[in-house]
Design a protein around this ligand. Structure first.
Ligand SMILES: [Zn+2]
Length: 113
């Protein structure tokens, strides 16, 4: 996929991870609190990011997030690190198209070397 899309997807993923962490009982227990203003700011940032993505990718992302929490997965050594299945060779060439794992459906990205 294009670098810009990949960057936005990763930012979105980081933001969703942060938002999910804030809901964790362990965070609340140690007194880590986030105010409504901060939360609204984060959610605002989130919808901005979604708007920057092509619509169909934003939709796939949201659908995957409902299913798995983690909607994107890195590719390493030919494996999808979402479901740990080996990927078909033809998927291992990095392309401009958005690639999804044929097994779990997560959006695949390549880690920088
Ligand atoms: Zn997978």
């Amino acid at each position: 996929m294009s670098d810009v899309i990949e960057m936005h997807l990763k930012l979105l993923f980081d933001l969703d991870t942060l938002l999910a962490d804030l809901e964790e009982p362990v965070y609340k227990k140690i007194g880590f609190k986030i105010g409504d203003t901060e939360r609204m700011a984060l959610l605002g940032r989130r919808s901005d990011l979604l708007k920057k993505l092509p619509r169909e990718i934003a939709e796939v992302y949201e659908m995957l997030k409902k299913r798995y929490q983690q909607a994107i997965a890195p590719v390493e050594n030919g494996f999808c690190f979402g479901c740990f299945q080996q990927l078909p060779t033809q998927l291992l060439t990095r392309s401009k198209e958005v690639t999804t794992c044929p097994n779990c459906g997560r959006i695949l990205y390549w880690r920088e070397k």
